[in-house]
Design a protein around this ligand. Structure first.
Ligand code: ASP
Length: 408
């Protein structure tokens, strides 16, 4: 019998999860341990995978100067696309008016406090925290920004030392290869993971939770689709010179996994695999851009901030001035950068944007009930944004490169 490809297995698992969730409802929590187990498997590769692959990414650039150029280009791309995403989110908010005629009770301050409890950091704290006091503690806690900082520092150090650092470089090269192999092994059970994560989520959400806020869901969904099909498709086509269909098809397993898991960080190993094997992005570019992107580039989250701000303003009958809109665009872009690639992080970071324009923080309790659904959409968008950037960077760095679809 012909083996079903991993991509198709993930599609099938996704379809079955939705089907089982709808048919069996909340009792599907029974398969949750399967999902949890898979997430643990992924989490245990992330720290060494990111460290080693990012070091390989930096050292393969050849010089610190080149790293600065590439890093600058990457960050500029992330900022610009996130900024556009907030704009799309705001537009969707005004188009769908999700906060008018909503039949839900005003949340109390306590309800909101329950949600924001975890946010005790300001943007300045987040920035300071990038520098690890102890890089090994950062690795042990899977603090992604700290791991990135450590990897970049080591990579540049290796480049500057040159000859004498060859064994260190070789070690991380080898470690990166080993981690890719381990990841490939784990990916063989990804379909089971998708089923275990998604079926309980589908089973738990009833229409009674979703319906009152259906316009918020529609606004975020339309915005994400627009961002994917207009912004990313144009980027990969015009700047990356590859077919958007090839790109979307190639990244679809990672997309579905991000949608199911609502975690960019957990999706990273699969994004790297898909970008390299299906889209043809070079190892050096994907090793550099994707871990970085999975940590700081969150277009879906930025877009969601835009929709949520308009929704909450409408719900409380507050109007936003032109200055408020500009503030939202800037602050939401930064808040998205500071959002960790884990489930629910975007909801907490939304308080930063709300506070910037003086909207009631209780507003987040309004969207909390449907956050998982919104998180799935924003995470899937987030990871596509990272790989669209990788396609663009790869093309701009290797102008003569023949991508898979051209070679085919
Ligand atoms: N869950 C999202 C991610 O991992 C972040 C968010 O909550 O917006 O990309």
């Amino acid at each position: 019998m012909k083996r079903i490809s991993l991509m198709n297995q993930i599609f099938i698992a996704f379809g079955l999860a939705v089907l089982f969730g709808v048919i069996f409802g909340p009792s599907m929590t029974i398969v949750e341990p399967l999902g949890d187990l898979f997430l643990r498997l992924i989490q245990f590769v992330i720290a060494p995978l990111v460290l080693a692959s990012l070091i390989v990414g930096v050292t393969s650039l050849g010089s610190g100067k080149q790293m600065l150029r590439l890093g600058g280009k990457t960050v500029a791309f992330f900022l610009l696309t996130s900024f556009v995403a907030v704009g799309i989110g705001l537009s969707m908010g005004y188009l769908y008016q999700p906060g008018t005629n909503v039949e839900i009770a005003e949340p109390t301050t306590e309800e909101a406090e329950e949600e924001v409890d975890e946010l005790d950091e300001s943007i300045v704290d987040i920035l300071i925290n990038i520098v690890p006091e102890n890089p090994f503690a950062g690795l042990a806690q899977t603090e992604m920004l700290q791991i990135i900082f450590f990897a970049l520092a080591l990579g540049v150090g290796i480049l500057l030392v040159g000859e004498k650092a060859e064994p260190v470089k070789k070690f991380f090269d080898g470690l990166a290869e080993v981690m890719f192999k381990v990841t490939s092994g784990i990916m063989m059970v990804a379909p089971l993971g998708v089923f275990g994560i998604l079926a309980p989520v589908v089973g738990e959400y009833g229409l009674e939770v979703l319906l009152p806020l259906i316009m918020v869901i529609v606004a975020v969904a339309t915005g994400c689709l627009l961002h994917i099909f207009a912004v990313y498709a144009s980027i990969v086509k015009l700047l990356g010179k590859i077919s958007p269909i090839k790109f979307l098809k190639g990244m679809s397993p990672a997309f579905l996994f991000a949608f199911s898991s609502a975690s960019s960080a957990a999706t990273l190993p699969l994004s790297m695999k898909n970008a390299q094997e299906n889209v043809g992005v070079s190892k050096s570019t994907s090793s550099f851009v994707l871990p970085f992107g999975a940590t700081i580039n969150m277009d879906g989250t930025a877009l969601y901030n835009g929709v949520a701000v308009v929704f909450i303003a409408q719900f409380y009958s507050e109007s936003l001035s032109a200055l408020d809109i500009v503030t939202v665009m800037l602050v939401a872009t930064l808040a998205a950068i500071g959002t960790a690639g884990v489930p629910g992080a975007g909801l907490i970071m939304l308080t930063i944007t709300l506070a910037a324009v003086g909207l009631p923080l209780e507003g987040i309790a309004l969207v909390a009930a449907i956050d998982r659904i919104l998180d799935m959409m924003r995470t899937a968008t987030n990871i596509l944004g990272d790989s669209a950037c990788a396609v663009y960077i790869d093309r701009s760095e290797h102008k003569d490169k023949a991508f898979q679809d051209e070679a085919a």
